[in-house]
Design a protein around this ligand. Structure first.
Ligand code: SF4
Ligand code: SF4
Length: 310
């Protein structure tokens, strides 16, 4: 049997160390597999593998020990079941996500919904080098967006309406980052310490802390591997309905600036984050761009954070 390994890789069949055996990679949709899909995977592992499934770090499942002679049968069965296989090589990988606002008490953004939309648009697209995308619903960053080529982190901007403040000091107590201090009976915020989690907003008994912008911090240039790097913020508070367009623009900039063999992290390291940001055609995106002083914890600019409104 003649084997086209590239074609196999594209379809989620990876060569195993052992000759004539393959690992078959399946993917979840933004981290979820239905109970029915789990049963189907278990049956496939019994039939074609060795009765176990390896859970991957990118929310997928792999069945190892598939014999080359079973390739056609298994491929047909996977197709009939409607299971999604993963991909490899210079392509956009499955978009991963935390549970997000749908069920997580800390969620600021609906990360799974966003990830599903991104996955539908970008999964499998050929790009200069492998590109990973992750979405988290809040700054806790459970999906590790900063370790991905493109990452999204839900965030909310606290704005103080000073005349509503009763001076109780609760916001100071609930901020885990000591970003708020009471001065002359009123809260002031240290913008460099705020992680944009919104504890002050949700806990204020008089609604003095109000919600400013809510959206995603958009990171670019993270990666793990031999030379890990954390992504850097290239846009702030991207609204949910402009995430796909923003990611498209980042990918376009990568396409223009990249040199052979570079991932986004390498390109940014070579040209600098400012040049990369400048290459992105932000026209039409509502988000405030990264142009202010750097927040030492999030890497985000602080813009008008904490400004007072009348
Ligand atoms: S990143 Fe935030 S929203 Fe997502 S699971 Fe973690 S705590 Fe919840
Ligand atoms: S929790 Fe609200 S009322 Fe209390 S000090 Fe903070 S802003 Fe003022």
């Amino acid at each position: 049997m003649t084997i086209d390994y590239n074609e196999l890789k594209k379809g989620g069949f990876l060569r195993q160390r052992q000759k004539d055996n393959f690992i078959v990679r399946f993917r979840s949709l933004a981290g979820n597999l239905t109970s029915e899909q789990l049963r189907q995977l278990a049956d496939l592992a019994d039939k074609y593998g060795k009765g176990y499934v390896h859970v991957t770090t990118r929310q997928g499942a792999e069945i190892p020990w598939v014999g080359i002679n079973d390739y056609n049968d298994m491929k047909g069965e996977i197709k009939a079941l409607g299971l999604n296989t993963g991909t490899c090589g210079p392509r956009i990988r499955t978009v991963v996500a935390c549970p997000g606002r749908e069920i997580c008490q800390f969620g600021l953004m609906n990360s799974r919904e966003t990830a599903i939309e991104l996955d539908g648009t970008f999964f499998g697209r050929e790009v200069p080098m492998k590109t990973k995308i992750a979405v988290s619903g809040c700054p806790n960053s459970c999906a590790k967006p900063q370790e991905n080529d493109i990452g999204l982190v839900g965030a909310v901007e606290p704005i103080l309406c000073a005349e509503k403040c009763a001076g109780c000091g609760l916001c100071q107590k609930v901020c885990p980052h000591q970003a708020i201090s009471m001065v002359d009976g009123k809260p002031t915020i240290d913008r460099a310490k705020c992680l944009l989690e919104g504890n002050c907003i949700s806990s204020c008994p008089t609604d003095a802390w109000q919600e400013g912008r809510r959206g995603y911090l958009l990171y670019a240039g993270g990666k793990i591997g031999r030379k890990p790097r954390l992504g850097q913020v290239v846009a702030e508070f991207v609204p949910e309905n402009q995430v796909t367009e923003s990611v498209e623009k980042v990918l376009k900039a990568f396409d223009v600036l990249s040199q052979q063999g570079e991932r986004i992290a390498d390109t940014i390291a070579r040209v600098g984050v400012k040049a990369f940001r400048d290459e992105v055609a932000w026209t039409g995106i509502e988000s405030k761009l990264y142009d202010g002083p750097v927040n030492s914890r999030t890497g985000s600019s602080t813009g008008d954070l904490g400004k007072e409104v009348g």
